[in-house]
Design a protein around this ligand. Structure first.
Ligand code: SAH
Ligand code: SF4
Length: 388
């Protein structure tokens, strides 16, 4: 057996750790002990796990490994946010972001290197897709944040109180790894985060939302971004496969399966001239009139390879007012960390794209730039229109 084939203790859920110990003829409570060492105390060295017998420690060293992704770079924003670049096994790198606020600290975690879904407003989508992250690579982001922010030695209390799966990738297209990961984050023997404070954000992979209730009770946010199928399909290709009515039906089903009363968050990016008109707000209010939820408006963050713009503050306020007047609880997401390229939708890392999408997008952008040059230099509309 090579080192890479050995089970990675840092990436096993409590159930899987228990199964590993039982199979080795050990007591299942060893799983709780190991989980506490790794995820509560931040200890990765098996020799330091002193409540485990020396013989078992030797055996674990022979037959298992503890391995986490490497941090390649660390950026600090003027607003106190942090961004870390993490190297993953496929050779790609992904990004995660920590956002400190009064009374809470939110970690925005990646689930895939790149994303196959190609939403027109998202930098990750423009990169194409490379790989799913393993459980150790997903939970490893929380481990690193705790390590860097003083969460393991108790010097900083609990720096990360909330986790949102809103970094790179579509979490529900990496289903099992994401389910195991959020469950480790919420496990008392590990990070013990509240299920209300661990949120999976999805663009709407309906069959996966339908399955979620059998695996987890984490909170759910849904990227809706348009009030009707026609517009949503234009900016989010996944809508052609899973239209809005099916999406809302499946989200309702998941929320109903939870033992406590919780509302899903409907995320709605505001893009100037695309989905930010007062008519869109009214249509959205109508669409959601019988759907219990909170609405989070996200002013578009500029990205390379896109001409989309952020609406003015007054049109954002107007959109919000229309929804509030219709009785919804509406928040507007504050833009954080854009000086270090870490605002929502800006995360890119380094992704070796399997889909060739990134080169297609770049070719299109170059062609558009060339046309723009012709337009600039000749100042002649007819020529520019011809070339476009
Ligand atoms: N794939 C998941 C989670 C990652 S994206 C999803 O789509 O929900 C996290 C959030 O950032 C989503 O709501 C997404 O729509 C939003 N987002 C993407 N690009 C953005 C941009 N350029 N500006 C603002 N928000 C963006
Ligand atoms: Fe993928 Fe989400 Fe970006 Fe869409 S918004 S491309 S689903 S990461």
């Amino acid at each position: 057996m090579t080192a890479t084939e050995k089970p990675n203790l840092a990436g096993l859920s409590l159930d899987k750790l228990r199964a590993l110990f039982v199979e080795a003829g050990e007591k299942p409570f060893r799983a709780e002990q190991v989980m506490k060492w790794i995820h509560q105390r931040g200890v990765l060295n098996i020799d330091a796990m002193t409540d485990i017998s020396k013989a078992l420690r030797e055996q674990l060293k022979q037959t298992t490994q503890i391995s986490l992704p490497k941090v390649l770079q660390d950026y600090v924003s003027e607003d106190g946010s942090r961004k870390w670049i993490i190297e993953v096994a496929s050779g790609s790198s992904v990004e995660m972001v920590f956002i400190p606020e009064a009374g809470r600290g939110t970690l925005c975690i990646s689930s895939q290197a790149g994303c196959s879904l190609d939403c027109s407003f998202c930098a990750t989508g423009k990169q194409g897709f490379n790989s799913n992250l393993s459980v150790a690579e997903i939970v490893g982001q929380l481990w690193w944040a705790n390590h860097e922010l003083g969460g393991f030695d108790g010097s900083a209390g609990r720096p990360v109180s909330n986790v949102v799966m809103m970094g790179m990738g579509e979490p529900l297209l990496n289903f099992e790894n994401v389910m195991d990961s959020v469950n480790i984050m919420m496990e008392d023997n590990a990070y013990g985060l509240s299920k209300r404070k661990v949120t999976i954000s999805t663009s709407g992979v309906v069959p996966a939302i339908d399955r979620m209730q059998d695996y987890t009770d984490a909170s759910l946010a849904v990227s809706l971004h348009a009030p009707n199928d026609e517009l949503r399909s234009q900016i989010m290709p996944i809508n052609k496969k899973y239209p809005i009515s099916e999406l809302l039906r499946s989200v309702r089903g998941y929320m109903a399966s939870l033992p406590d009363k919780r509302l899903p968050v409907i995320e709605y990016i505001l893009i100037k001239g695309i989905n930010d008109h007062r008519e869109h707000a009214r249509e959205l209010a109508e669409l959601l009139s019988t759907f219990s939820c909170k609405i989070n408006l996200i002013p578009f963050n500029p990205i390379a390879l896109s001409d989309f713009r952020r609406p003015s503050s007054s049109s954002i306020a107007r959109f919000r007012q229309i929804l509030q007047a219709a009785g919804f609880t509406v928040t507007v997401r504050t833009t954080r960390a854009d000086d270090i390229g870490a605002a929502c939708g800006q995360l890119v890392g380094k992704v070796e794209d399997h889909t060739r999408r990134s080169s297609r997008h770049k070719r299109r952008a170059n062609a558009a730039q060339e046309s723009a040059k012709v337009f600039d230099s000749t100042d002649n509309l007819a020529v520019a229109a011809d070339r476009l």
